[in-house]
Design a protein around this ligand. Structure first.
Ligand SMILES: *Cc1c(COP(=O)(O)O)cnc(C)c1O
Length: 365
């Protein structure tokens, strides 16, 4: 039968996000949400906006938000592009910089959504293989990709591995004829967050885009808000591609209030980092090897290799973690798999740690 779909859409599998059970009673440690609520100022801003003028279109540029975000990165507001979630900015970026046929690269294992976005646009994809122990790439691989790609997507810190690459390492990935995108969804959780210095380094030649989300550090995954920071020339091009009103009035007001309350975000961030270290310290005695993390999750592998069964045992006890497998991730074509565990509240992590020994025992038997 003849398909009505574009061949590119027919061929692709589509991105599968983590499970979102709609009933209560789950301990959800699978999609890197923040376990703490957003700032009360956010709720107040939503109420105020809802009582205001929802009959008119919102500010197409979200000017109030751009001003606050610009201050955080020490840039002018025309360096900021707000979006309906960071994922929308990733879509806008692909549509702005890549024609069908232009090559897109990303490190592997990392965020496989990039691959779906490339598929939709008809762009071939190259994976930059990371060493399974160190999560570093081989310089010659980076070198050859740099010459051929239009767009390099790099989550920094990376997901699911949790590590962060240095500015000089990232420079190795700046495409000769294209743009480097640092997807900093976890940028607020790392040990020394940058405040825009990176964007002003001449080495990046104004071909660097940083993307941020309010979903993780600001506890607003349900709101859908993210923003890009880049040289105004790049932002101006992206503005031509975005929907006219890509952010709604309620989201703009809420996001602005969230960024204005840095104390709230930072105190939750500090709690999460402390819990993360406690979780990481407890896992080795249960047979797990855990990589150091600069994020709000840990990537861990059990000596038994029984990751899927451990995941299922936890799920049977209403604890959701993310089982992830990356086909062809090892040099010999083996898959790499493991568990990505989001850092929840102390109580949630205590519950996880109390049931893990039994889950592991049953899974490996
Ligand atoms: C969570 C996440 C995103 C998505 O952010 P949204 O603003 O919720 O769309 C993007 N990139 C990475 C690496 C993420 O982990």
């Amino acid at each position: 039968m003849n398909s009505v779909f574009r061949p590119a859409v027919d061929r692709m599998a589509g991105y599968a996000p983590g499970e979102q059970p709609q009933e209560t009673g789950w301990i959800k440690l699978n999609t890197n949400e923040n376990p703490y609520p957003p700032s009360p100022a956010v709720v107040e801003a939503i109420r105020r906006t809802a009582e205001g003028r929802l009959n008119v279109y919102p500010d197409p540029l979200a000017t109030s938000f751009r001003k606050v975000a610009a201050r955080l990165f020490d840039v002018d507001p025309d360096w900021i592009l707000p979006a309906n979630g960071s994922d929308e900015n990733l879509t806008i970026i692909v549509r702005t910089f890549c024609d069908a046929g232009d090559r897109i690269a990303y490190p592997y294992p990392s965020y496989v959504l990039y691959e779906a976005l490339a598929n939709i646009q008809g762009c071939p994809v190259s994976r930059l293989r990371l060493n399974e122990q160190t999560w570093q790439w081989d310089a010659p691989d980076a070198e050859s990709l740099r010459k051929s790609v239009r767009l390099f997507f790099v989550p920094n810190p990376n997901s699911p591995t949790g590590n962060r690459w240095t500015p000089s390492q990232l420079q190795e990935l700046l495409p000769d004829h294209g743009v480097l995108v640092l997807d900093e969804a976890y940028g607020d959780f790392c040990s020394q967050p940058h405040r825009g210095e990176l964007l002003r380094q001449p080495e990046f030649d104004q071909r660097l885009i940083v993307t941020r989300t309010l979903s993780k550090s600001y506890s607003l995954a349900g709101l859908r808000f993210g923003f890009a920071v880049a040289h105004p020339d790049l932002i101006a091009g992206m503005q031509k591609v975005k929907d006219s009103y890509n952010c709604d009035a309620i989201a703009i007001a809420a996001a602005t209030a969230a960024l204005e309350d840095q104390d709230w975000m930072l105190s939750n961030r500090n709690r999460i980092v402390a819990t993360r270290e406690r979780l990481a310290a407890a896992l080795p005695s249960l047979g797990f090897h855990t990589d150091p993390s600069e994020t709000n999750f840990v990537w861990t592998r059990h000596s038994s290799g029984q990751h899927q069964s451990i995941y299922e045992q936890l799920k049977a006890r209403k604890i959701l973690v993310r089982y992830m497998r990356f086909p062809d991730a090892a040099p010999d074509g083996r898959m790499v798999d493991g568990l990505r565990i989001t850092v929840g509240t102390d109580a949630e992590i205590d519950t996880l740690l109390s049931v893990l020994p039994e889950a592991v025992r049953i899974a490996v038997s």
